[in-house]
Design a protein. Structure first.
Length: 532
C-alpha cells in the first residue's frame, strides 16, 4: 500500500470517529506513521496561545519529566503566527528557536502545518525526528492533505460533541424543572444544578455560591465533584472575591489559575486545589442572586470559550427556573393568606357577632328570671362566651394577612408587645431584626402564637416589671427570645406549667427547639430557635 492509499484509509478512519479527543489523538498518530516521524503533536490554539497539546512518541513518564506543556513560544509560536507550513532541517539551528526545557528529548528535523476547521485555524500538527534523514517535500504535501482531512474530521466531532452537550443540557434543564414542579427543597435543586454544570463542561468541581442574608459573606450552598463535602457550607467575603464580583457585576469571569488569583478566597482554593475556573452569574430579571463556578484541579486543562458559553446559558436557564419556583411559592403563600383572610372575616362578621348576640340574650334572660341561682348560672355561661370570643379574636389576629403579610411580622410583634403592656402593666420592649422577620414571613402566624404564649406565661406567673421580646438571626437559624426580670423558677421542677410544654411542642412542630433558662429570683429567658 503506497502513501496515497494510506492517506485515503486514514481519512476513512478519521471521519468514522466521533469523539473529539480520540480524533485529535488519531490525527497525530496517522501523521507520524505517514511521515515516519518519531515524535508528533497536535496543538489546539485559542487566540495566539496553545491551550491543549496532544502528543505521541513519548511515554507518560517522559511527559511528566518535561513539566507543563508548551504555550506557543519559539518555533511553535512561529507556526501559530504564520498559519501555514514550516519545514526545518534542524530546529536548534533556527534563530527563532528558544531551546528545549530540561529532560526534553533531543529533536532536530521538524515539519509543521496548520489544521483549519470552520474557516479558522483550529491548531497545528508538529512532527519531529524523521527516521533516516530530513522531511521531504512529499512529506510536506502528505501532511497538508492530512491536515485538510483532519479539519473535516474535527468539524464532525465538534458537531457531534455539541449535539451531545445540547442533549445533556436539555435533559439537565428538564430534571431541574421537574424537581421544581415536584416542590423539591431549594437546596436539593441547587445540588442538581451543581452536578449538571460539572457534567456539561467536564469540570472536576462545580459549586453554587449565594449571599448569606444579613452579612457581607457568600456561602458554598451546593457542590459536586472533587472536595465537594469539604467545600460545602464554607463561607468567604463578598468584597474582593471572584464570586462577589460576578454577583455584583452580573458578568462571567474566567480564571486561568485560581490558586494564584488574589481575588480567590485562599482557604477555599487550598482546600479545593483549584486551577482553571469559570464563574458565571445566576441571574433573573437583570438581578444576580448567586454565582455558579466550574473548576478544574491544578494541572488540568483550562476551559474553552465553548465551555464558558454553555455554562452561561445553563446558569441563565437554571436561574430562570429558580425564579419561577420562587414566584410559585409566593403565589401559594398569597393564596393561603387570602384564604386566611376569608376565614378571619367569616369568624369576625359571623361567628363572633352571633355569639355576642347570644350572650346579650342570656344576660337579658338572667335579669328577667328573678331566680338568683339561675341568674348566676346564666352569668357564668355568658362569661364563658366572652372567653370564647376572646380566643376567636386571638385566632383571627393570627390569620389576618394585613398583620402578618411579608415584611410585616416586625409590625405584628410590636403591636403584640403594645397590647401586652397595656393589659398587664409590664413594661414591654420589642427589638426585631427586619431581615430575620422577612425570612420568617411564611411562618409568621406560628411566630406570633409562640410569642403570645410566652408573654401570657409572663403575665400569669412571672410577676415581672419588664419583659423584652427579641427576634434576630444566628447563622442559619432565627432566634426569638422573651426575657423577663420576674421571680423565675427551677426549669427542672415537675411543677412547671403546661405553657412551657406547649411552647416546646410548637417549636418542635416547626423543626425548631425551645430553650428555657431560669432560676429563682433571676427571671426567665425563653429562647426559640427556628431553622431558616
Amino acid at each position: 500500500m503506497d502513501r496515497r492509499d494510506e492517506l485515503i484509509e486514514a481519512a476513512l478512519v478519521l471521519h468514522s470517529e466521533l469523539s473529539l479527543p480520540a480524533v485529535l489523538q488519531r490525527i497525530v498518530k496517522v501523521a507520524t506513521e505517514l511521515t515516519e516521524a518519531r515524535y508528533g503533536a497536535l496543538g489546539v490554539i485559542e487566540g495566539d496561545r496553545l491551550v491543549e497539546f496532544v502528543t505521541t512518541g513519548m511515554s507518560d513518564d517522559d511527559r511528566a519529566a518535561i513539566g507543563d506543556p508548551p504555550t506557543g513560544h519559539g518555533i511553535l509560536g512561529v507556526l501559530i503566527q504564520e498559519k501555514g507550513t514550516l519545514r526545518l532541517p534542524d530546529i536548534e539551528a533556527d534563530p527563532r528557536a528558544h531551546g528545549f526545557p530540561p529532560q526534553h528529548p533531543p529533536m532536530h528535523t521538524f515539519l509543521g502545518t496548520a489544521v483549519v476547521s470552520r474557516g479558522s485555524v483550529y491548531g497545528n500538527i508538529y512532527l519531529t525526528e524523521k527516521l533516516g534523514g530530513e522531511f521531504t517535500g512529499d512529506d510536506e504535501r502528505i501532511v497538508e492533505v492530512l491536515a485538510a482531512q483532519a479539519g473535516v474530521a474535527i468539524e464532525n466531532a465538534r458537531l457531534h460533541e455539541e449535539a451531545a452537550r445540547r442533549e445533556a443540557w436539555l435533559e439537565a434543564s428538564r430534571e431541574i424543572a421537574n424537581a421544581i414542579l415536584a416542590r423539591e427543597d431549594v437546596r436539593v435543586v441547587l445540588e442538581m444544578i451543581a452536578g449538571d454544570a460539572r457534567r456539561l463542561v467536564g469540570a472536576d468541581l462545580a459549586a453554587v455560591h449565594v449571599p448569606v442574608t444579613g452579612t457581607d459573606e457568600l456561602v458554598v450552598e451546593a457542590a459536586a465533584g472533587a472536595h465537594a463535602d469539604e467545600l460545602r457550607s464554607a463561607r468567604f467575603p463578598i468584597e474582593g472575591s471572584i464570586s462577589g464580583e460576578v454577583v455584583r457585576r452580573g458578568r462571567a469571569i474566567v480564571v486561568e489559575d485560581a490558586s494564584i488569583d488574589p481575588r480567590a478566597y485562599q482557604p477555599v482554593v487550598r482546600m479545593g486545589d483549584m486551577g482553571p475556573a469559570i464563574f458565571v452569574p445566576l441571574s433573573a430579571q437583570g438581578r444576580a442572586f448567586g454565582a455558579l463556578a466550574a473548576v478544574n484541579i491544578t494541572g488540568r486543562g483550562r476551559f474553552s470559550d465553548d465551555d464558558v458559553r454553555v455554562l452561561e446559558a445553563f446558569a441563565a436557564q437554571a436561574a430562570l427556573a429558580l425564579e419561577s419556583a420562587s414566584a410559585q411559592t409566593e403565589l401559594r403563600r398569597l393564596a393561603i393568606l387570602d384564604d386566611r383572610e376569608r376565614i378571619a372575616k367569616e369568624l369576625h362578621d359571623g361567628v363572633i357577632q352571633a355569639l355576642f348576640a347570644v350572650g346579650m340574650g342570656l344576660q337579658g334572660t338572667a335579669i328577667a328570671s328573678g331566680d338568683e341561682e339561675l341568674s348566676d348560672r346564666i352569668e357564668g355561661a355568658v362569661a364563658e362566651l366572652d372567653r370564647v370570643i376572646r380566643d376567636l379574636r386571638n385566632y383571627i389576629f393570627g390569620l389576618r394577612p394585613g398583620i402578618l403579610a411579608d415584611r410585616q411580622l416586625d409590625q405584628a410583634l410590636r403591636q403584640l408587645g403594645e397590647e401586652f403592656e397595656e393589659k398587664s402593666g409590664v413594661v414591654t420592649v420589642v427589638d426585631v431584626d427586619p431581615n430575620a422577620a422577612a425570612e420568617l414571613s411564611a411562618r409568621a402566624g406560628d411566630v406570633v402564637q409562640l410569642v403570645r404564649e410566652s408573654l401570657s406565661n409572663v403575665g400569669r406567673h412571672a410577676n415581672a416589671s419588664t419583659v423584652r421580646v427579641s427576634l434576630y438571626r444566628d447563622g442559619d437559624s432565627a432566634v426569638v427570645e422573651v426575657d423577663d426580670d420576674g421571680t423565675g423558677f427551677d426549669p427542672s421542677s415537675a411543677r412547671r406549667g403546661e405553657g412551657l410544654t406547649n411552647l416546646e411542642n410548637r417549636a418542635a412542630a416547626l423543626s425548631g427547639k425551645a430553650l428555657i433558662e431560669s432560676a429563682p429570683d433571676q427571671g426567665t429567658t425563653v429562647r426559640l430557635v427556628l431553622p431558616l
